[in-house]
Each structure stands twice: as structure tokens, then as C-alpha cells.
Design a protein around this ligand. Structure first.
Ligand code: IVH
Length: 666
């Protein structure tokens, strides 16, 4: 017999789940959030709490169960209920007309309507619902069989875990990486020295095949659905399918249109070929589908393609140019990266004059020579890459590039460890390393020293004013005021900025040290765990890998870093300079003096960027919301505050100025 408490909890759980589902749909599908992220988080936390007290009510379709706790062993290959076909391609209006003629041959004298959709450059997926619950998700694979990637697909927030349909339902669509998430991912990977994904499609394919669904959840994939088969109800036209999918709470691409003629299709194609860069995801063309399911059946398919659909591809974002030179850049970790200096060309709106060559192997593999004509490509907002060399255009004057065996900046030996692709300068005091370390240390997301840019760093190095990152804190007014373009006011401001940076949090300092493989997120994890630089410095490999989210690569790199005498020396000097070595926050990221309090920022702050203010609040357990409501604890108002200030006053919410805010967080 179910007790009173249990009954109450069950009801609360059901209520919370339906609220959460509603808000997930509003946020992830309709792009029309009804509550702040903070309020949404509170609901998730309440549900988690109730479910941990009453685990008997946890169901696999609860919004808390999107991410399992355990990595999976590997993928099981599963057969598709019907083949996942590919599409025939065409590249011109003439070819499109030929497609229509082929269609009309099979179904003469019939009026034909088409649905035109965008062709998403992602990876095909089939998702099956049984008894209203997501039961299985399978990659396209070879079209007949694919991998069961259910645990990973469940982490895609726009995909419902339950639907209001008891009959077996199969939906198909395209998983993709939104550009914004893709850029964040590659930024994080470059900080942690991991290889970058060449384009969002590769990143989506890699992410859906990760063995740990918790990692996939961090990647923020998304999915558009375009095909639907409900058991016993297979007779819907394509246009109806799109509407039914939407009604079932699936994310469908709203950019699709019912076309009565080829002209309508070409107009849609022309419009989106022009506007494709305004989208937050990659599209490589449009897909034209005959609307009527009856006509589709009449047309049938070949072994690979349906005869009732075709894709009309956009021209590739590619162009040709010449390699004028190959230079070597030395990074913060001493990595020698070859860069191709190109004859400037325009490529989808931007002028391109450089392309990264990644490493020596890449140059050799593609046989890139100075003087070569090459084909370059841009995908998303990524640095262009060299697709191929036009070898038939060679004149014989092209020069093979010899990768240097010494650092081009300090002439010390370069060393490529066995099994690695990258050569590194072996000199710990290489000026190029120091230059990059100074820039990283002072960058916005590290110690955030405003005004500490390339021009200043180059001068400081030229004048021998810094030989070590910690020398930043020994710079004097007399040194600075002598520099180019530095009046007494700028020198004073810079010193103020340097002083201010001493107050940055422990995680910013850990990130600023530039330890290999430690990006901003890992720095937060380490600061949260140890709360002290001293403890981190003495942590053993075993201790480090015990921490959730820290793997052997980070652990090894951390231990290695704190074993180097020059690094220990640097830490000692930073301590002497008065930097913060302890974190004020204890315990996990959700706990702190501001836990449960929601802040709203309005107007311009003088001493904090928005990002900084947010980080400070979150570090202390608080949350930042974009709109004022009765639940807002404080509004922080800077210069020229907006309407949020008025709203706060109307609702009687306390308003803090920047000074009050500083006091509060200190
Ligand atoms: S329809 C039988 N519609 O493109 C119909 N496919 O190159 C098959 N794709 O395998 C697919 N956007 O993974 C369709 N709006 C769209 C699409 C789309 C992207 C992918 C799909 C397909 C591949 C063919």
C-alpha cells in the first residue's frame, strides 16, 4: 500500500515532469523560453531531490534520466526496419528539370506538388518510440544496419523522451552541431591541446559515437526530424508529416515550403543559397520531395535512392589560391605550427590570407609546396583548411618545405616525442613561449588584465622588462611610461588593471598558468576540488584521476607541470606578488553563500565585465538570470541601467550598485 508521503511525492513528481517537459519544448523547440534558466534549474533540482528520496518513481523517460551515469561498453549493430536511403544529387536547374521529367514519365498527367526542405549537413538518425517512450536510436550506418546510440541520443534536449502516441512510431532526421556549440567545443579543444574538428558535421559524428553519454551531453547537439512512420498509419503526405511531427513536439525545420512548381523550388533554393550564412547550422543544399505519398509509392526507389526525392546542392564554400610562403608559429606550449601564407582571396564574405597546416605530417600527406595552387574550404566559422593541391598546375618552380629541426625563434632544438604529431621547442625560456604565455596569462578569461595586448607584450619583451610571467607584477610606472603609445594616464590605468588582476579567483589563476590540457572548465573542476593552489601542487596522479571529469591525460600533465623547477619558481613568485591561492568557495558548484539567490545585471559595470560578474556570482553558488521577477534576489545596476531597474523598483527588489556588489562578493 502506498503511504501518504509517497502518494504526495508521486503527484509532485508527475507535476514537475510535465512542467519541465513543457519548458524544454518552449526553450529547445520553439525558441521561446517562458522562465529563466535559473528557474528551470530549480525545477530540475526539485525533481532530482524527490526522485532520490523516492527512487521507486524514477522512470527512464524522466527529464532527469537524459544522461545516464555509466559509460557504455560499445555499440551494438541493429538492423533498420526499412532501409535508410540516401539521396540522388543535382547541381543545376537543368538537372532539376531532368528529375521532373523522369518523374513525369512514370506518373504522366498528374499534378505534382513538392515539399522543399533545407538539407542539413549532419548525420542521419532513426529514433523509435514504443508505448510512447523513446526506446531506441540508431545511426544511419550503411543504410541497412546502424549503431544503437540510444544513450547518447537521449542527451539531445530538443528530442522528447516521451510522445503522445502509444503505437510504435519511428522518426528520422538529422543530428547536427549548432555553430555556436561547435565553436565552443573547438575553442575548448584548442585550449586543451586536443585535435580540432574540421567541421560541425565531423564533430556531430564524433559526439554521437562517444562511449560516455555524459560527454555527449556536454556537446549540445541538436536534431531536426523530417520523416515519420506510425505503425498502421503510413499514408501521410510529406507536408502532413512535418505538421504531425511538430504536433508531437518534435523539432522540425520551420524553413520548408510546399511548392506547386519547379519555379517555386528554384526561388526557395536561390533564397537559401544567399541566406545560408545567417543560419546557426550548416546546410549544403535543399531537398525536394514529392508531397503525395501515393505518388511516392508509384515512383518507388532504386537500390540507393528514392525516385521521389532529390537534393539540389549549394555550391561548395571553396575557392583556389596560391601558397606564397609557409611559416612556423611557436605556441605557448612550444608547439611549432606550420601556417600557409596565402595570396588573399574572398571566401563566403571574408578575406582569407592564412590557413593552418596543423603539423609536418599534414604537409607531407597533402604534398603542399610553396608556390602551389591549392583548393581551400570554409565550413562554419572555422579557419579555412586546405582541401587539395592542384598538382597538374605545377610549373616546376614550387619548393618543397623542409620542416625545421630547431625553433625558428630561439634556435634551440625542436623535439617530436615518439607517437606525437607535433614538434616542440625544447627551450623552457624560449621568448616565443614566453610571449604566448604572457598573452594567455593576461587574457580575458584568465587573469583578465585589460590593455595587456600583443603590442605591449612585444615591447616589454624587446626592452627585457619581463623574463617570466610573474614579472607582470613587478612592472613599475617608470618602466611603462617610457613605452610607445603609453602616456602617464595609460601607464597608471595599466598598473591599476594589473593590481586588480591579483584578486582573480583560483580557477582563473589555474587556467592562466597554461598547464597543458587544462582549459577553463578543467580549471574550475580543479579549483572546486582542491580549493587551494598548494593542495593542487601536491596532488598525486592517483588523487587527481579520482576526481570526476579528470582523466589520465590531465592528471599526468598536472603532475608533470608541478614537478618542473621553473614552474615552482613561478608559483612562488606569484604568491609573493599577492595573488589569491585559496578559493573562497567550499564544496561543489551548487553550494556557496549565494546558493538559491538569483541576480539580474543591468547597465555597464566599471570594474567587472558581464562575464566576470556572472562568474563571481556563480562561484559563490548564485545564479544570473536575464529577466527580473519576484524571485530575483538582487538587481545589480551599473551605468545607464535599462528597464530592468524600473521593474526591480516596481517589484521592490533590492538594487545594488557596483560598490555594494563588490562588498557582497568579497
Ligand atoms: S530525406 C528517403 N531530408 O541527407 C529520404 N534527408 O545525402 C531520405 N538529409 O541520408 C532523406 N537533410 O541524412 C532528407 N531535409 C532532409 C535532409 C536529409 C539532410 C541527409 C540525410 C540523407 C542525406 C542524403
Amino acid at each position: 500500500m502506498i503511504g501518504q508521503d509517497q502518494n504526495k511525492a508521486k503527484k509532485q513528481i508527475q507535476q514537475l515532469r510535465s512542467e519541465i517537459r513543457y519548458h524544454e519544448k518552449k526553450y529547445y523547440i520553439d525558441n521561446d523560453p517562458q522562465i529563466s534558466d535559473y528557474e528551470f534549474d530549480i525545477k530540475i533540482r526539485e525533481l532530482k531531490k524527490l526522485e532520490s528520496e523516492f527512487p521507486e518513481f524514477i522512470t527512464p523517460d524522466s527529464p532527469t534520466q537524459r544522461v545516464g551515469e555509466q559509460p557504455i561498453e560499445g555499440f551494438v549493430t541493429v538492423e533498420h526496419s526499412s532501409p535508410m536511403l540516401s539521396l540522388d544529387n543535382c547541381y543545376s536547374v537543368e538537372e532539376l528539370q531532368e528529375f521532373e521529367q523522369r518523374v513525369k514519365k512514370t506518373i504522366p498527367d498528374e499534378k505534382i506538388d513538392y515539399v522543399a526542405e533545407l538539407k542539413i549537413d549532419g548525420i542521419g538518425i532513426s529514433v523509435i518510440y514504443e508505448e510512447g517512450r523513446l526506446s531506441r536510436a540508431i545511426t544511419r550506418g550503411d543504410g541497412l544496419r546502424g549503431d544503437d546510440v540510444t544513450a547518447n541520443v537521449k542527451t539531445i534536449k530538443s528530442l522528447p523522451l516521451t510522445i503522445n502516441k502509444r503505437r510504435k512510431t519511428e522518426v528520422r532526421g538529422e543530428i547536427f552541431f549548432p555553430f555556436r556549440s561547435f565553436q565552443q567545443l573547438n575553442k575548448h579543444r584548442s585550449e586543451t591541446d586536443e585535435p580540432l574538428f574540421a567541421n560541425p558535421r565531423n564533430a556531430a559524428a564524433g559526439s554521437i559515437r562517444l562511449l560516455d553519454p555524459r560527454e555527449t551531453a556536454d556537446r549540445h547537439l541538436d536534431v531536426f526530424l523530417y520523416s515519420l512512420a506510425i505503425e498502421g498509419k503510413e499514408n501521410q503526405d510529406q507536408w502532413e508529416i512535418l505538421k504531425t511531427l511538430y504536433a508531437l513536439d518534435f523539432k522540425t525545420n520551420q524553413i520548408s515550403t510546399l511548392c506547386r512548381s519547379l519555379e517555386d523550388i528554384v526561388a526557395f533554393y536561390d533564397e537559401w543559397r544567399e541566406k545560408r550564412d545567417s543560419l546557426d547550422y550548416d546546410v549544403d543544399g535543399i531537398v525536394i520531395k514529392i508531397n503525395s505519398v501515393k505518388q511516392q509509392k508509384n515512383l518507388g526507389r532504386t537500390s540507393k535512392f528514392p525516385r521521389w526525392a532529390i537534393s539540389f546542392k549549394f555550391p561548395a564554400r571553396q575557392t583556389t589560391t596560391k601558397v606564397n610562403d609557409i611559416i612556423i608559429q611557436v605556441g605557448r606550449t612550444g608547439a611549432l605550427t606550420p601556417v600557409a601564407v596565402l595570396e588573399a582571396v574572398k571566401l563566403s564574405g571574408t578575406t582569407i590570407s592564412r590557413a593552418t597546416l596543423h603539423n609536418e605530417d599534414e604537409i607531407r600527406k597533402k604534398d603542399i609546396r610553396v608556390g602551389d595552387l591549392i583548393l581551400i574550404e570554409r565550413s562554419g566559422d572555422v579557419i579555412p583548411k586546405i582541401v587539395s593541391v592542384m598538382k597538374e598546375q605545377r610549373t616546376g618552380n614550387e619548393k618543397v618545405f623542409r620542416f625545421p629541426d630547431m625553433c625558428p625563434v630561439c634556435s634551440s632544438a625542436a623535439f617530436k616525442p615518439k607517437g606525437e604529431a607535433v614538434s616542440r621547442c625544447t627551450n623552457p625560456s624560449c621568448p616565443a613561449k614566453l610571449r604566448e604565455s604572457l598573452l594567455h596569462f593576461s587574457s580575458r578569461r584568465a587573469m583578465n588584465i585589460e590593455g595587456f595586448g600583443e603590442a605591449l607584450v612585444d615591447q616589454l619583451l624587446d626592452m627585457n622588462l619581463v623574463t617570466n610571467v610573474s614579472d607582470i607584477y613587478s612592472l613599475k610606472y617608470e618602466d611603462l611610461v617610457e613605452l610607445d603609445r603609453m602616456g602617464s594616464k595609460s601607464a597608471r590605468n595599466l598598473l591599476k588593471e594589473i593590481l586588480k588582476s591579483k584578486k582573480r579567483g583560483l580557477f582563473q589563476l589555474i587556467f592562466a598558468l597554461g598547464i597543458r590540457h587544462i582549459g577553463e572548465r578543467t580549471a574550475i573542476v580543479l579549483a572546486d576540488h582542491f580549493n587551494s593552489m598548494n593542495k593542487l601542487m601536491h596532488a598525486s596522479f592517483e588523487e587527481l584521476i579520482e576526481i570526476p571529469d579528470i582523466g589520465p591525460i590531465v592528471a599526468e600533465s598536472t603532475v608533470f607541470f608541478f614537478r618542473q623547477s621553473e614552474n615552482l619558481d613561478l608559483i612562488r613568485r606569484l604568491k609573493q606578488a599577492g595573488l589569491i591561492f585559496e578559493s573562497s568557495r567550499k564544496g561543489n558548484s551548487e553550494q556557496g553563500p549565494l546558493t538559491g539567490q538569483s541576480f539580474v545585471l543591468t547597465g555597464r559595470l566599471t570594474y567587472f565585465t558581464r562575464d566576470d560578474a556572472k562568474k563571481n556570482i556563480e562561484k559563490l553558488g548564485g545564479a544570473v538570470s536575464s529577466s527580473v521577477s519576484r524571485k530575483t534576489a538582487y538587481v545589480i545596476a551599473g551605468e545607464d541601467p535599462g528597464s530592468k531597474l524600473e521593474k526591480a523598483r516596481d517589484l521592490g527588489i533590492p538594487v545594488l550598485d557596483e560598490g555594494d556588489f563588490q562588498k557582497l562578493i568579497s
